[in-house]
Design a protein around this ligand. Structure first.
Ligand SMILES: NC(=O)c1ccc[n+]([C@@H]2O[C@H](COP(=O)([O-])OP(=O)(O)OC[C@H]3O[C@@H](n4cnc5c(N)ncnc54)[C@H](OP(=O)(O)O)[C@@H]3O)[C@@H](O)[C@H]2O)c1
Length: 330
């Protein structure tokens, strides 16, 4: 299976490293070799943490969509629209499978892209878009497909979890904790999406779509970030036997789905309170499966590449699940 890779940053370079390191294993599991034949990024001369020998360089990522020698396009550029969306539309329009890690694009344009994929008879997959290396979308789409999900709650943004932990456990103020998160590479240079709760909302919109069979709809989510959380709030939480966590929450109640992103008091007796550092975690309730709890590395090149490449394996195996778990909304 021949792959065109657009974006060679954290996730793109991680994907190249993984495909290089596990070529034999991937071939066995996928039933055919997975080969990255062409790549594209902004700067050709930039030093990269991956080996580009023998791989074609394409100046404009949109050209990956029309190359005859490519079966699957991987979009790991990012951004809600612009070049990422143009590439996604062009790839699906040209009958190529699309793998993306782009939560902002999927939350905003996922249904439109899924319709295009259905029409072309190709796969749109985005495991890496939610919780990095934690296989939560496959769990919902496949493992829990027989269940009515009544609730889901998750720590979906590692940056916020890290900041709140540093403030609560080490007594740092918000600005120092944010600064440290940026120095460690957890937070973006512009952290608005993380600390404003918008990144969590994008992921929640995607999770809700898969859990409840609804269209991702950011306007239906109440969003409150962590900017106004003080050390006093965290001290109070600790005195009451808990921690404050930024949670994405969706509940199915009385025929309605209520979605919100909010800093919430979580008692120490609950698993979510124990999630440390920049980790992610999700707790779900399925009516037949019961409680499910998944946690792990929610970001970073290696963990996110694990999800990107598992999507590639699914495509190579010929797995054909609907992008959002049901064709009824397409
Ligand atoms: N980082 C994570 O842990 C993580 C986790 C889950 C999901 N994601 C998602 O994965 C995607 C990529 O994230 P990332 O962290 O890998 O981003 P990144 O490190 O900023 O890399 C972005 C890549 O896109 C390339 N690029 C940007 N604009 C371009 C353009 N106009 N034409 C061609 N290439 C362009 C950049 O090229 P240059 O290198 O030449 O500048 C870079 O290689 C995003 O959608 C993000 O939300 C990331």
């Amino acid at each position: 299976m021949r792959v065109g890779l657009a974006g060679l940053g954290n996730v793109g370079a991680g994907t190249l490293r993984l495909v290089g390191a596990h070529a034999d294993l991937l071939e066995k599991r996928a039933g055919q070799p997975i080969e990255i034949v062409a790549v594209s990024a902004r700067s050709r001369s930039k030093a990269r943490d991956c080996d580009l020998d023998g791989i074609d360089w394409v100046e404009d990522p949109r050209l990956l969509a029309i190359r005859q020698d490519i079966d699957v396009v991987v979009e790991v550029i990012g951004g809600v629209k612009g070049i990422a969306l143009e590439l996604a539309q062009a790839a699906l329009g040209a009958g190529k499978h699309l793998v993306t890690a782009n939560k902002a694009m999927i939350a905003a344009h996922g249904i439109e892209l899924a319709k295009k994929a259905e029409k072309a008879g190709v796969q749109l997959v985005f495991e890496a878009a939610v919780c990095g290396g934690v296989p939560i979308l496959k769990t919902l789409r496949e493992g829990l497909a027989a269940n009515q999900i009544s609730s889901l709650r998750g720590i979906l943004n590692g940056t916020c979890n890290y900041i709140l932990n540093q403030m609560g456990d080490k007594g740092m103020d918000f600005a120092t904790a944010l600064d440290e998160a940026q120095r460690k590479g957890y937070a973006e240079a512009d952290p608005t999406d993380d600390i404003g709760g918008f990144d969590t909302a994008n992921k929640l919109a995607i999770l809700s779509a898969l859990a409840f069979g609804i269209e991702p709809d950011l306007s239906a989510i109440f969003i409150e970030g962590i900017r106004d959380i003080t050390q006093g709030d965290l001290r109070d939480a600790s005195a009451r036997g808990g921690r404050i966590k930024l949670l994405g929450i969706a509940n199915f109640f009385d025929g309605k789905i209520i979605q919100r992103v909010q800093p919430i008091f979580v008692p120490l007796t609950e698993s979510l309170a124990q999630v440390g550092g920049a980790s992610n975690a999700i707790e779900l309730h399925g009516d037949f499966a019961g409680e499910i709890f998944l946690s792990g590395v929610g970001a970073g090149g290696d963990a996110t590449a694990s999800s990107v490449v598992s999507d590639l394996i699914d495509i190579a195996r010929g797995n054909r699940s609907p992008a959002f778990g049901t064709r009824s909304m397409l």
